[in-house]
Design a protein around this ligand. Sequence first.
Ligand code: PEP
Ligand code: MG
Length: 322
Amino acid sequence: EKEALQRFVGKKTVTADGCQVELFGNIGSVEDARAVVDNDGEGVGLFRTEFLFMDGGAMPTEEEQFRAYQQAALIMKGRPVIIRTLDIGGDKDIPYLGLEKEDNPFMGFRAIRYCLAREDVFRTQLRALLRASAFGDVRIMVPLVTGVEELRQVRALIRRYADEFSREGVACNKDVPVGVMIETPAAALMADALAAEADFFSIGTNDLTGYTMAVDRGNDRVRYLYSAFNPAVLRSIRSVIAAGTAAGIPVGMCGEAAADPLLIPLWISFGLTEYSVGPASILATRAAIAGWNHEEARALAEAVMGAVTPDAVLDLLKAAAR
Ligand code: PEP
Ligand code: MG
């Protein structure tokens, strides 16, 4: 099977009817960026920067962060590198940040909520990202967004730090694209408003599934509900892609569902333009995308979106699997 995938090396990512999409890799470190290149990825769709913070015993300095982001940009040689701002809290604890224990950490003080409250931490990261933006196609992505104010606040900070740099004569891209992860039901419902102000979307199906289904995926009793095959999750994803497309911004997906060959015909028919998957899944995802043309994908999606249970969805997708 691995050998069969080798014929997709060096190829564009296209549907069977010739529509090109982007196929990026998810990374958590600079070494992972090399794995994206080795697996013929076309960019980085999600750099999970929290690992830079989790690996050491102290906060990475601006210089340390800059070097990591710069290296990722250089390794990708001008191809897109979407870097997510710090997404801690929830299940990702970092002892030195001194986060208080919460009864409901997934609903609590995490990700962009934390960063907007800790301007010192956020400033260091945004400055490092801005400096790295001079070395490639760096784009900034904001996790766990719930509404437009958060995006506006992030943009205002980026503008302020970019102005500081321009006064100091430090190179940076003051027009660095700023996108949002769509991974809360609130963001999905506000997708039209967010699309008017964001440069791009990336759908985080891991969290979006959990929050949409009100399920903690670590809880064995309810894990059966944790599935992107739920019609509620699929409807949400479909409407987010439609909203982004209507506003003319690129819509990607960086959760696990982006690499699921059963679901790929749905993403094709909904109009997803960018897939970001683990480096080891890049070629298999390119192969899966090549197996579908829009007409067949649309016919399947129409049947699937008429189904009202996850089992019915799964049956239809399995019966059609390539
Ligand atoms: C997601 O939620 O789908 C996602 C890609 O982010 P993470 O898995 O890091 O929460
Ligand atoms: Mg997430």
